[in-house]
Design a protein around this ligand. Structure first.
Ligand code: PHE
Length: 332
């Protein structure tokens, strides 16, 4: 019995197999247990003899089992360590880190400049009514910008705003002077996309209404703005223009931040960059919003953000701003 058990213990390869051998010999119905149980039928002289032998056999089987158990445990541990081995020198997985889009970056910079001058940031809806986009802005019924070939209509009365001037009206309706707001946001025009046109683009509107606001305030505000945005040597130039919602109106150019007026690729050789449209808020517009033009006056300006940012970062195609190509975005 002892020899048989020893051979089986040596053959056992796992803790489970070893346990089976233990039960087979030492368990309740084990072979050695059977021998001990059968001792009742022995004579009084035989009993201690057989008992002694049986106990010795049990002792030696137990010792063998214990030794085998320890060596199997060591083997199993080694196996596990090998199977679960980690190569700590292997390179880690690359995590793609996000970046601010150049438009967001530029927009944040613009907002901060105006916030520093006491302006509040207000946003308006991108889908708006003809009232806010044209009528309340004193735009004549036959104005070409109202045409379907220029503006995206959803119904006869609802459209995608073609400028952020809609927010001038909403602000004057909702606030009492003094009003000092900027409104950045998306605008839409029915333009065929090319390097300088996109049917979706961005503007930033500014509006100040208070007692005694003059063209001088407008000029001063824009001067501070360009010096912060392009650099302290930047100059601005007013060209007379027409907008239905301002009187007088002007377009403003800034001296090129790159060539300082000498002419370069950024300003296309002119020395100047087209900056924005502006003017003194038309009395009709103030009146349309319930503000007495005899008491209050104001100025407004609106600028295209995309081209401004293209100039600043020397981006030569507006479509790059909307394609989300990581090779482009990672440069900022
Ligand atoms: N809304 C005008 C445009 O889109 C810009 C503008 C805004 C002009 C405010 C004057 C005053 O061209």
């Amino acid at each position: 019995l002892e020899k048989k058990a020893k051979a089986e213990i040596e053959e056992a390869n796992s803790s489970d197999e070893l346990e089976r051998v233990r039960v087979k010999y030492l368990g309740k119905k084990g072979e050695l247990t059977e021998v001990l149980r059968g001792m009742g039928s022995l004579t009084a002289e035989e009993r201690p003899l057989v008992g002694k032998i049986a106990n010795e056999v049990r002792g030696s089987i137990e010792t063998l089992l214990q030794q085998a158990k320890e060596s199997i445990k060591t083997k199993e541990l080694q196996h596990k360590l090998q199977a679960e081995a980690l190569d700590v020198t292997m390179p880690g997985k690359q995590v793609a880190i996000g970046k601010k889009h150049p438009l967001t970056k530029g927009m944040d910079e613009l907002k901060n400049i105006f916030i520093g001058m006491g302006f509040k940031v207000v946003e308006g809806p991108e889908v708006d009514t003809v009232h806010y986009n044209f009528d309340a802005l004193n735009s004549p019924k036959n104005h070409p910008s109202r045409d379907m070939s220029d503006t995206f209509y959803i119904t006869e009365d609802i459209l995608l705003r073609c400028h952020t001037s809609t927010v001038q009206i909403r602000s004057m309706e909702n606030m009492k002077p003094p009003i000092r707001i900027i409104s950045p946001g998306r605008c839409f025009r029915n333009d065929t996309p090319d390097a300088t046109h996109s049917p979706m683009f961005h503007q930033l509107e500014g509006l100040v209404v208070d007692k005694g606001i003059t063209l001088g305030d407008l000029k001063g505000t824009l001067e501070v703005f360009v010096k912060h945005f392009f650099g302290s040597h930047t100059k601005i130039k007013f060209r007379p223009h027409h907008f239905p919602f301002t009187e007088p109106s002007a377009e403003v150019d800034a001296s090129c931040f790159k060539c300082a007026g000498e002419g370069c690729s950024v300003c296309k050789g002119s020395g100047w960059i087209e900056l924005l449209g502006c003017g003194m808020v038309h009395p009709n517009v103030l009146a349309n919003c319930g503000i007495d033009p005899e008491v209050y006056s104001g100025f407004a300006f609106g600028m295209g953000i995309d081209r401004l940012i293209m100039n600043k970062y020397e981006i030569d195609d507006i479509r790059l701003l909307f394609e989300n190509d990581m090779r482009f975005l990672n440069q900022f």
